[in-house]
Write a protein that binds this ligand. Sequence first.
Ligand SMILES: Nc1ncnc2c1ncn2[C@@H]1O[C@H](COP(=O)(O)OP(=O)(O)OP(=O)(O)O)[C@@H](O)[C@H]1O
Ligand SMILES: [Mg+2]
Length: 268
Amino acid sequence: MHHNPISITDLSYVYEDGTQALQEINLEIKATERVALIGANGSGKSTLLLHLNGLLLPQTGGIVVGEHKMTPKTLKEIRNFVGLVFQNPDDQLFMPTVWEDVAFGPLNQGVEEPGLTDRVKRAMAAVGLDFHRYAERTASNLSGGEQKRVAIAGVLAMQPQVLVLDEPSAQLDPAARRQLIELLGSLPLTQLIATHDLDMALDLCSSTIVLGQGRVVFSGPTEQVLSNPEFLDRYSLEPPLCYARPYCQIEHAPCLSTPALASAERMG
Ligand SMILES: Nc1ncnc2c1ncn2[C@@H]1O[C@H](COP(=O)(O)OP(=O)(O)OP(=O)(O)O)[C@@H](O)[C@H]1O
Ligand SMILES: [Mg+2]
């Protein structure tokens, strides 16, 4: 187990059209920690995540993943170590069946039968997909939430040390979102989760990194930053709902006995 499985030093990145997407990023992700990566649209979250399994390579600065410095030569080791779940399952799922989608990663790692089927079954079970019901289906015919589970299963089947997820709860219905939160909370893996779902960040992540225009503007305890509305506002973020509506924090939330609602009830 690596103490800091991901270490980023002075990382900057400019896209071909001249857009400066990341500027002098310095970060350490600790082992088994769940970290939220938040920031307004265009703040650089996806660009940062694409660096973590070498889909983008550092132009300036460096990244060390496990024991490996990220270079074109270490990409295989790095992709075994870091599993990236894309925001859009269409970018990840392209095989004729769910079975083949989930088996794709381990097959490329050289895993053979009977270990391969075992990996696929375990990964599908971990994300709550019934093997017999889903193995032969086609991912493109599944619902958004089911597709997301297949995408996560495909990454889990590679048995990474670090799970990196880009907007995992986007487009999920409330029940699927809750199941996802429970799933991620149950996985004993280091996780970095880019999200606009700040209630999920609060539920799952002890630490949070805030990006503003490609720079790290905060890195520390999640509660500290999410309970600071002035700071959040500066970076076009809004407090999680449970802070915006403090009565929801109270056990047995007395929603119906708050003065406004009580008088509304009387009027009704
Ligand atoms: N392929 C690209 N070519 C040029 N610029 C890009 C490209 N991809 C992203 N950018 C720019 O880089 C910056 C960071 O984009 P990025 O997608 O990393 O933001 P993000 O924080 O993930 O945003 P969102 O919350 O909308 O997903 C933005 O200014 C964006 O316009
Ligand atoms: Mg993004």
